[in-house]
Design a protein around this ligand. Structure first.
Ligand SMILES: Nc1ncnc2c1ncn2[C@@H]1O[C@H](COP(=O)(O)OP(=O)(O)OP(=O)(O)O)[C@@H](O)[C@H]1O
Ligand SMILES: [Mg+2]
Length: 274
């Protein structure tokens, strides 16, 4: 019915497949031929405050495949950000193991982990985390200092990013001189500048109106197709979660497949009890 649209979708799928094959050629496939880029085994993260222990993440087991879009939903305080930070190597678990591309993060020194993150991982934080003394341009380029992958070239990629994110005339502004939405878009450019193989996004559309949220989501999905990167996104927005390959839910630190029978609109879970 829409041959042109179908053709474009088919082309995008082919590009994505090729990108995935290129960057996972060195990984052993699972029995069904997919490649695991992220795996957590029994990951625990507890915070000790006075004589209270808060278990933010309780024995999380997660496998993410190359190019997969996984959405994580859950109530406020259920541990979503904590889990994302652990997976992105920005925090260390109390116990359990986290592997990216088969490399255990807990076996890396802080320096090695920093470089590994720069090479393979991108993170869009819930609250931007831009460096206030640096301009938008400098903030976007910070991760390039931590990346030594030879195939990453910046010039064209950078131009396309700032055009797509409509930042070209804001590059020399400090974060305090930008609107909330512009700060968010700088944070997105920073997360994508090294062409990550896994992109973590913590409510990237949380502070945006519907039109801007759609635009940002469109950009993240297009980037995923182009780079073949996996996308692990925390979101409160069920219409966004519905577009993921798989939806997981955090409940009081426990990660589960989503099985909302009332809703029925979400993919990623084939029967069984919640
Ligand atoms: N640095 C910290 N010290 C102590 N407790 C913490 C710390 N960071 C998070 N927590 C606690 O861990 C739990 C999980 O927090 P987290 O930020 O991961 O939740 P979340 O699911 O991302 O919530 P939201 O949807 O509001 O962003 C909460 O009970 C929180 O109070
Ligand atoms: Mg959070």
């Amino acid at each position: 019915m829409y041959p042109r649209k179908d053709k474009a979708a088919e082309k995008a799928r082919r590009i994505m497949q090729q990108s995935i094959e290129d960057h996972t050629a060195d990984l052993a496939p699972t029995v069904d031929g997919r490649k695991v880029v992220l795996e957590t085994v029994d990951v625990m993260r507890q915070y000790h405050q006075y004589d209270e222990v808060v278990t933010a993440v309780h024995r999380a087991n997660l496998q993410v495949f190359a190019g997969e879009f996984v959405a994580i939903v859950g109530a406020s305080g259920s541990g979503k950000s904590t889990l994302l930070h652990l997976c992105a190597g920005l925090d260390r678990p109390n116990s359990g193991s986290i592997s990216v591309r088969g490399h255990k993060l807990e076996e890396m020194s802080e320096d090695d982990l920093g470089e590994f993150r720069g090479n393979f991982l991108g993170m869009i934080f819930q609250s931007h985390h831009l460096i206030p003394q640096l301009t938008a341009l400098e903030n976007i380029l910070v991760p390039t200092l931590m990346c030594d992958r030879e195939e990453v070239s910046y010039e064209q990629h950078f131009k396309r990013l700032i055009t797509a994110l409509d930042l070209a005339d804001r590059l020399h502004h400090l974060p305090s001189e930008l609107s909330g939405g512009q700060q968010q878009r700088v944070a997105i450019a920073r997360a994508l500048i090294n062409r990550p193989q896994i992109l973590f996004a913590d409510e990237p559309t949380g502070n945006l109106d519907r039109a801007n949220a759609e635009e940002v989501l469109g950009l993240l999905l297009a980037t995923r197709e182009e780079l073949g990167c996996a996308l692990v996104m925390v979101t409160h927005d069920l219409s966004i979660a519905a577009r993921a390959d798989r939806v997981l839910k955090m409940e009081a630190g426990r990660l589960r497949p989503w099985n909302n029978r009332m809703d029925g609109m979400l993919p990623g879970y084939e029967g069984g009890e919640e």
